[in-house]
Design a protein around this ligand. Structure first.
Ligand code: NDP
Length: 262
Protein backbone atom coordinates (compact mmCIF):
# COMPACT_ATOMS: atom_id res chain seq x y z
CA UNK A 1 0.00 0.00 0.00
CA UNK A 2 1.29 3.48 -0.73
CA UNK A 3 1.92 5.98 2.03
CA UNK A 4 -0.79 8.22 0.60
CA UNK A 5 -3.44 5.51 0.48
CA UNK A 6 -2.55 4.40 3.97
CA UNK A 7 -2.75 7.94 5.26
CA UNK A 8 -6.30 8.25 4.01
CA UNK A 9 -7.19 5.01 5.73
CA UNK A 10 -5.70 6.06 9.04
CA UNK A 11 -7.01 9.57 9.47
CA UNK A 12 -10.64 8.72 10.14
CA UNK A 13 -11.88 9.01 13.71
CA UNK A 14 -12.26 5.91 15.92
CA UNK A 15 -15.17 3.74 14.79
CA UNK A 16 -16.66 3.33 18.25
CA UNK A 17 -15.97 -0.37 18.57
CA UNK A 18 -12.25 -0.23 17.78
CA UNK A 19 -10.94 2.65 19.89
CA UNK A 20 -7.63 3.14 18.06
CA UNK A 21 -9.02 3.27 14.53
CA UNK A 22 -7.24 6.03 12.65
CA UNK A 23 -4.16 5.91 14.90
CA UNK A 24 -0.67 4.68 14.08
CA UNK A 25 1.62 3.02 16.61
CA UNK A 26 5.28 2.02 16.73
CA UNK A 27 6.17 -0.88 19.04
CA UNK A 28 9.86 -1.62 19.55
CA UNK A 29 10.75 -5.29 19.92
CA UNK A 30 7.42 -6.43 18.54
CA UNK A 31 8.60 -9.75 17.14
CA UNK A 32 7.91 -11.81 20.26
CA UNK A 33 6.98 -11.78 23.92
CA UNK A 34 5.37 -8.72 25.42
CA UNK A 35 6.02 -6.53 22.35
CA UNK A 36 4.28 -9.03 20.07
CA UNK A 37 1.26 -9.08 22.38
CA UNK A 38 1.18 -5.27 22.42
CA UNK A 39 1.42 -5.06 18.62
CA UNK A 40 -1.43 -7.56 18.20
CA UNK A 41 -3.59 -5.84 20.80
CA UNK A 42 -3.12 -2.32 19.41
CA UNK A 43 -3.90 -3.66 15.93
CA UNK A 44 -7.00 -5.43 17.24
CA UNK A 45 -8.04 -2.08 18.70
CA UNK A 46 -7.76 -0.57 15.21
CA UNK A 47 -4.29 1.01 15.08
CA UNK A 48 -1.92 0.63 12.15
CA UNK A 49 1.17 -0.90 13.77
CA UNK A 50 4.88 -0.70 12.96
CA UNK A 51 7.04 -3.13 14.89
CA UNK A 52 10.79 -3.34 15.17
CA UNK A 53 13.03 -6.34 15.70
CA UNK A 54 16.73 -7.07 15.92
CA UNK A 55 17.21 -10.69 14.78
CA UNK A 56 13.69 -12.05 14.57
CA UNK A 57 12.72 -11.12 11.01
CA UNK A 58 10.66 -14.29 10.47
CA UNK A 59 8.83 -13.85 13.73
CA UNK A 60 8.19 -10.17 13.01
CA UNK A 61 6.81 -11.02 9.56
CA UNK A 62 4.51 -13.59 11.17
CA UNK A 63 3.11 -10.85 13.42
CA UNK A 64 2.53 -8.64 10.37
CA UNK A 65 0.73 -11.50 8.58
CA UNK A 66 -1.41 -12.19 11.62
CA UNK A 67 -2.48 -8.54 11.79
CA UNK A 68 -3.12 -8.35 8.04
CA UNK A 69 -5.15 -11.58 8.08
CA UNK A 70 -7.39 -9.92 10.68
CA UNK A 71 -7.84 -6.94 8.33
CA UNK A 72 -5.32 -4.62 9.98
CA UNK A 73 -2.26 -2.76 8.74
CA UNK A 74 1.24 -3.59 9.94
CA UNK A 75 4.87 -3.13 8.98
CA UNK A 76 7.99 -4.78 10.40
CA UNK A 77 11.36 -3.06 10.29
CA UNK A 78 14.77 -4.18 11.51
CA UNK A 79 16.09 -1.61 13.99
CA UNK A 80 18.71 -2.65 16.50
CA UNK A 81 18.27 -0.48 19.60
CA UNK A 82 22.04 -0.10 19.74
CA UNK A 83 22.02 1.73 16.40
CA UNK A 84 20.79 5.32 16.72
CA UNK A 85 20.36 5.74 12.94
CA UNK A 86 18.15 2.65 12.84
CA UNK A 87 16.04 3.89 15.77
CA UNK A 88 15.49 7.24 14.06
CA UNK A 89 14.76 5.51 10.75
CA UNK A 90 12.11 3.32 12.38
CA UNK A 91 10.26 6.42 13.60
CA UNK A 92 10.57 8.19 10.24
CA UNK A 93 9.60 4.98 8.43
CA UNK A 94 6.43 4.64 10.50
CA UNK A 95 5.39 8.17 9.58
CA UNK A 96 6.20 7.54 5.89
CA UNK A 97 4.28 4.30 5.92
CA UNK A 98 1.16 5.34 7.83
CA UNK A 99 1.22 9.10 7.37
CA UNK A 100 1.26 9.74 11.11
CA UNK A 101 2.46 8.54 14.50
CA UNK A 102 0.23 8.63 17.56
CA UNK A 103 1.60 5.99 19.92
CA UNK A 104 5.19 5.04 20.69
CA UNK A 105 5.71 1.92 22.80
CA UNK A 106 9.29 1.54 24.03
CA UNK A 107 9.21 -2.18 24.72
CA UNK A 108 12.46 -3.74 23.45
CA UNK A 109 14.72 -4.60 26.33
CA UNK A 110 17.50 -6.89 27.46
CA UNK A 111 18.68 -8.04 30.83
CA UNK A 112 22.04 -9.09 32.21
CA UNK A 113 21.75 -10.66 35.62
CA UNK A 114 24.87 -11.32 37.63
CA UNK A 115 27.01 -10.12 40.52
CA UNK A 116 27.63 -6.36 40.35
CA UNK A 117 31.41 -6.66 40.36
CA UNK A 118 31.39 -9.01 37.38
CA UNK A 119 29.37 -6.80 35.02
CA UNK A 120 31.54 -5.89 32.03
CA UNK A 121 31.74 -2.57 30.22
CA UNK A 122 30.23 -4.28 27.16
CA UNK A 123 27.27 -5.39 29.27
CA UNK A 124 26.81 -1.86 30.63
CA UNK A 125 26.88 -0.36 27.13
CA UNK A 126 24.56 -2.99 25.66
CA UNK A 127 21.95 -2.90 28.42
CA UNK A 128 21.93 0.89 28.84
CA UNK A 129 22.01 1.25 25.03
CA UNK A 130 18.94 -0.92 24.53
CA UNK A 131 16.95 -0.09 27.66
CA UNK A 132 17.73 3.62 28.08
CA UNK A 133 19.45 5.26 25.10
CA UNK A 134 17.09 3.78 22.51
CA UNK A 135 13.84 4.74 24.33
CA UNK A 136 15.29 8.23 24.85
CA UNK A 137 16.15 8.62 21.16
CA UNK A 138 12.89 7.07 19.98
CA UNK A 139 10.88 9.39 22.23
CA UNK A 140 12.85 12.38 20.97
CA UNK A 141 12.25 11.41 17.34
CA UNK A 142 8.59 10.56 17.97
CA UNK A 143 7.91 13.83 19.81
CA UNK A 144 8.48 15.70 16.54
CA UNK A 145 5.49 13.86 15.02
CA UNK A 146 3.11 13.35 17.96
CA UNK A 147 0.18 15.70 18.17
CA UNK A 148 -2.50 16.27 20.82
CA UNK A 149 -3.60 12.90 22.19
CA UNK A 150 -0.17 11.38 21.44
CA UNK A 151 1.16 8.69 23.74
CA UNK A 152 4.61 7.56 24.82
CA UNK A 153 4.44 4.32 26.78
CA UNK A 154 7.57 2.61 28.03
CA UNK A 155 7.96 -0.86 29.47
CA UNK A 156 9.96 -0.81 32.68
CA UNK A 157 10.11 -3.60 35.26
CA UNK A 158 9.02 -4.29 38.81
CA UNK A 159 12.77 -4.36 39.48
CA UNK A 160 12.97 -0.61 38.81
CA UNK A 161 10.93 0.54 41.80
CA UNK A 162 9.14 -2.25 43.61
CA UNK A 163 11.77 -4.80 44.51
CA UNK A 164 15.54 -5.32 44.49
CA UNK A 165 17.29 -8.63 43.86
CA UNK A 166 21.01 -9.34 44.16
CA UNK A 167 22.35 -9.65 40.64
CA UNK A 168 19.92 -7.14 39.19
CA UNK A 169 21.97 -3.94 39.46
CA UNK A 170 22.45 -3.26 35.77
CA UNK A 171 18.92 -4.20 34.70
CA UNK A 172 17.33 -2.31 37.62
CA UNK A 173 19.50 0.75 36.92
CA UNK A 174 18.43 0.78 33.29
CA UNK A 175 14.73 0.37 34.06
CA UNK A 176 14.81 2.98 36.85
CA UNK A 177 16.16 5.50 34.33
CA UNK A 178 12.86 5.21 32.47
CA UNK A 179 11.08 6.72 35.47
CA UNK A 180 13.07 9.93 35.08
CA UNK A 181 12.50 9.93 31.33
CA UNK A 182 8.76 9.33 31.69
CA UNK A 183 8.09 11.88 34.40
CA UNK A 184 10.06 14.60 32.68
CA UNK A 185 8.49 13.86 29.31
CA UNK A 186 5.07 14.08 30.96
CA UNK A 187 5.97 17.61 32.09
CA UNK A 188 7.59 18.72 28.82
CA UNK A 189 4.98 17.27 26.48
CA UNK A 190 1.90 17.73 28.68
CA UNK A 191 1.24 21.25 27.40
CA UNK A 192 0.92 19.73 23.91
CA UNK A 193 -1.66 17.18 25.13
CA UNK A 194 0.81 14.29 24.88
CA UNK A 195 1.07 11.77 27.72
CA UNK A 196 4.04 9.68 28.86
CA UNK A 197 3.65 6.64 31.08
CA UNK A 198 5.55 3.63 32.29
CA UNK A 199 4.26 0.08 32.70
CA UNK A 200 6.17 -2.16 35.09
CA UNK A 201 5.63 -5.86 34.40
CA UNK A 202 6.28 -8.49 37.01
CA UNK A 203 7.14 -12.05 35.99
CA UNK A 204 5.64 -12.53 32.53
CA UNK A 205 5.99 -15.79 30.63
CA UNK A 206 8.22 -14.99 27.62
CA UNK A 207 11.57 -16.13 26.19
CA UNK A 208 13.27 -13.65 28.53
CA UNK A 209 11.65 -15.08 31.65
CA UNK A 210 9.94 -18.42 30.95
CA UNK A 211 7.38 -19.66 33.46
CA UNK A 212 9.21 -23.00 33.52
CA UNK A 213 12.64 -21.41 34.09
CA UNK A 214 15.03 -21.99 37.00
CA UNK A 215 13.80 -19.15 39.22
CA UNK A 216 10.18 -19.21 38.06
CA UNK A 217 8.68 -20.72 41.20
CA UNK A 218 10.55 -18.22 43.34
CA UNK A 219 9.32 -15.29 41.20
CA UNK A 220 5.72 -16.51 41.21
CA UNK A 221 5.97 -16.94 44.97
CA UNK A 222 6.80 -13.24 45.38
CA UNK A 223 3.51 -12.20 43.78
CA UNK A 224 0.30 -11.80 45.77
CA UNK A 225 -1.47 -13.89 43.13
CA UNK A 226 1.18 -16.62 43.32
CA UNK A 227 1.43 -16.82 39.55
CA UNK A 228 3.18 -15.65 36.40
CA UNK A 229 1.40 -13.17 34.15
CA UNK A 230 0.82 -13.34 30.42
CA UNK A 231 2.16 -10.95 27.81
CA UNK A 232 -1.46 -10.09 27.03
CA UNK A 233 -1.89 -8.79 30.60
CA UNK A 234 0.74 -6.13 29.91
CA UNK A 235 -0.73 -5.44 26.47
CA UNK A 236 -4.17 -4.77 28.01
CA UNK A 237 -2.73 -2.00 30.21
CA UNK A 238 -0.80 -0.51 27.30
CA UNK A 239 -4.01 -0.52 25.23
CA UNK A 240 -5.83 1.27 28.04
CA UNK A 241 -3.15 3.95 28.22
CA UNK A 242 -3.09 4.26 24.43
CA UNK A 243 -6.84 4.74 24.19
CA UNK A 244 -9.18 7.38 25.52
CA UNK A 245 -9.03 5.75 28.97
CA UNK A 246 -5.45 7.06 29.19
CA UNK A 247 -6.41 10.64 28.38
CA UNK A 248 -5.83 11.93 31.93
CA UNK A 249 -3.02 9.59 32.98
CA UNK A 250 0.49 10.92 32.59
CA UNK A 251 3.82 10.62 34.38
CA UNK A 252 2.50 7.43 35.98
CA UNK A 253 4.21 4.13 36.74
CA UNK A 254 1.68 1.31 36.58
CA UNK A 255 2.56 -2.14 37.89
CA UNK A 256 1.23 -5.19 36.05
CA UNK A 257 2.89 -7.66 38.33
CA UNK A 258 0.35 -9.76 40.19
CA UNK A 259 1.17 -7.87 43.37
CA UNK A 260 4.91 -8.40 43.32
CA UNK A 261 6.37 -7.73 46.76
CA UNK A 262 3.25 -5.98 48.08
P1 NDP B 1 11.82 -11.11 25.00
O1 NDP B 1 13.27 -11.39 25.19
O2 NDP B 1 10.86 -12.23 24.99
O3 NDP B 1 11.61 -10.23 23.66
C1 NDP B 1 12.44 -9.11 23.48
C2 NDP B 1 12.01 -8.34 22.25
O4 NDP B 1 12.86 -7.21 22.15
C3 NDP B 1 12.18 -9.13 20.98
O5 NDP B 1 11.18 -8.71 20.07
C4 NDP B 1 13.56 -8.71 20.50
O6 NDP B 1 13.72 -8.79 19.09
C5 NDP B 1 13.59 -7.27 20.93
N1 NDP B 1 14.94 -6.77 21.15
C6 NDP B 1 15.83 -7.19 22.07
N2 NDP B 1 16.98 -6.49 21.94
C7 NDP B 1 16.79 -5.64 20.91
C8 NDP B 1 17.60 -4.66 20.28
N3 NDP B 1 18.87 -4.43 20.67
N4 NDP B 1 17.09 -3.98 19.25
C9 NDP B 1 15.82 -4.21 18.83
N5 NDP B 1 15.01 -5.12 19.38
C10 NDP B 1 15.49 -5.82 20.40
O7 NDP B 1 11.45 -10.07 26.16
P2 NDP B 1 10.05 -9.77 26.89
O8 NDP B 1 8.96 -9.76 25.91
O9 NDP B 1 9.97 -10.61 28.09
O10 NDP B 1 10.35 -8.29 27.41
C11 NDP B 1 9.81 -7.13 26.79
C12 NDP B 1 10.07 -5.95 27.72
O11 NDP B 1 9.47 -6.21 28.99
C13 NDP B 1 11.55 -5.69 28.00
O12 NDP B 1 11.79 -4.32 28.06
C14 NDP B 1 11.76 -6.35 29.36
O13 NDP B 1 12.85 -5.78 30.04
C15 NDP B 1 10.43 -6.04 30.01
N6 NDP B 1 10.10 -6.93 31.13
C16 NDP B 1 9.88 -8.26 30.95
C17 NDP B 1 9.56 -9.06 32.03
C18 NDP B 1 9.29 -10.52 31.92
O14 NDP B 1 9.14 -11.18 32.97
N7 NDP B 1 9.22 -11.10 30.73
C19 NDP B 1 9.46 -8.49 33.39
C20 NDP B 1 9.71 -7.09 33.46
C21 NDP B 1 10.01 -6.34 32.36
P3 NDP B 1 14.31 -10.14 18.33
O15 NDP B 1 13.18 -11.12 18.32
O16 NDP B 1 14.68 -9.65 17.00
O17 NDP B 1 15.47 -10.60 19.15
Amino acid sequence: MTATATTAATTEAGDGTRPLTGKAALVTGGSRGIGRAIALRLAADGAAVALTYRNGQDRAEQVVKEIERAGGQAWAVRADCGDAEAVWASVAGTVDRFGRLDILVNNAGVGVIGPFEGISLDDVDRVLGTNVRAPFLAAQAAAAHLTEGGRIISIGSCMAERVAFPGGTLYATSKAALTGLTKTLARELGPRGITANLVHPGPIDTDMNPADGESAAMQAGFTALGAYGRASDVAATVAHLAGDGGRYITGASIAVDGGFAV
